[in-house]
Design a protein around this ligand. Structure first.
Ligand code: M6R
Length: 366
């Protein structure tokens, strides 16, 4: 059942190249310049007239929503707000009929997300679901939607759901960018090609497993851990930290790298591992100076970099190389070594990786 893997989580991490393909199969045809999804085509006017997109979700799905915020705003120039479903539903939110609400949920059963959807519907918004489980409550409660087709995710720690959610939300952004003319034709075609090539690059990123394991053996006893990223990779920092804390019980925090000097930098000493996401595009120089700040305070630096990087390599204690891709797609690759790192740390600490203490796969109570 675990397909020869020791844990469901590891199996699901390794499934990502294939399930990302399943997500875009029949929807993304790069050579023909086509990106389409029935749920979007049927409701395209709603999306094109949207004055705002509100994304509601919890946990890892909320992190996918944050990545999507950067992508939607950049590609389709639609303002986006990303809300924790649990906060949104209880604060008398302002929702207008011209708002499109996107609910993201792997299980499709998360109680707070479901309640947020009901509220948005009552207030007249159009609600679109991005779910993995076919026929789930959220998929039935939304007006329309698109499934991620990632297959069953058994490990409590969400992995393939995250990358397939980002894949589908990227496709939606590209579809809207095309219709709205907010992206140049050449960028549009480049992104379709790059997205189609992502599964192979995810497979390459999985080859960081050995180095992730080595790094895990060095830092497995750390009591704390900091994750930093900027731009598209800020949400990946949050997701990396969530993954570590939920399965290894190490206290971890994710931060936008520039926020360090507003507080977290005080935590840094020679015992603090800091995982920095530093792909070559996207504020690279700024991230490099953040790395220098950590180094001058003797923090241990584990950097996720683009293959061929030289600058960060000189500063970091460990580097993990991922393939090059378009900037907005980097989260699909940078997240892979972080999943592997937390997996190995949790295994080495003797934790129950697939069923961490105190957690349930679907949070059906609020
Ligand atoms: O099924 P959902 O996507 O609605 O679940 C949301 C969260 O409960 C979930 O992502 C949770 O944070 C995971 N355990 C994270 O790995």
């Amino acid at each position: 059942e675990k397909g020869g893997y020791e844990h469901f989580m590891l199996k699901e991490i390794y499934e990502q190249p294939n399930v990302i393909k399943d997500t875009y199969r029949g929807r993304l045809l790069a050579n023909k310049g086509i990106v389409q999804m029935a749920g979007i085509e049927d409701n395209i006017e709603k999306f094109l007239n949207a004055e705002r997109i509100i994304i509601v979700a919890c946990g890892t799905s909320w992190h996918a929503g944050l990545v999507a915020e950067y992508i939607f705003e950049e590609f389709a120039r639609i303002p986006v707000e990303v809300e924790y479903a649990s906060e949104f539903r209880y604060r008398n939110p302002i929702i207008n009929p011209k708002d499109v609400v996107i609910a993201i949920s792997q299980s499709g059963e998360t109680a707070d997300t479901l309640a947020a959807i009901k509220l948005a519907k009552e207030k007249g918004a159009f609600v679109f679901g991005v779910c993995n489980v076919v026929g789930s409550s959220i998929s039935r409660e939304t007006h329309a939607g698109a499934y991620t087709h990632a297959g069953p995710e058994i490990g409590v720690a969400s992995t393939k759901a995250f990358t397939t959610q980002i894949t589908i939300l990227t496709m939606i952004s590209l579809r809207l960018a095309k219709a709205k003319g907010t992206m140049s034709n050449s960028d549009f075609h480049r992104y379709l090609q790059e997205l189609e090539a992502i599964p192979e690059k995810v497979a390459e990123a999985l080859a960081t497993n050995d180095i992730a394991k080595t790094i895990a053996s060095i830092y497995k006893d750390a009591p704390n851990c900091l994750y930093l990223g900027r731009g598209y990779n800020f949400p990946v920092a949050l997701e990396g930290a969530l993954k570590l804390k939920e399965i290894s019980y190490i206290h971890a925090e994710g931060y936008p790298a520039a926020e360090m000097k507003h507080g977290p930098i005080a935590l840094i000493d020679e015992k603090m591992p800091v995982i920095v996401i530093a792909p070559k595009q996207g504020h690279y120089d700024k991230v490099v100076s953040n790395i220098q700040e950590i180094k001058s305070r003797s923090g241990k630096i584990i950097a996720v970099v683009t293959k061929g990087d030289t600058q960060v390599k000189k500063l970091a204690d460990h580097v993990i190389e991922i393939p090059d891709t378009a900037e907005a797609l980097t989260p699909l690759l940078t997240t892979i070594p972080l999943q592997l790192l937390s997996y190995h740390i949790a295994v080495m600490r003797g934790c129950n990786v697939d069923q961490p203490r105190n957690l349930a796969k679907s949070v059906t109570v609020e």
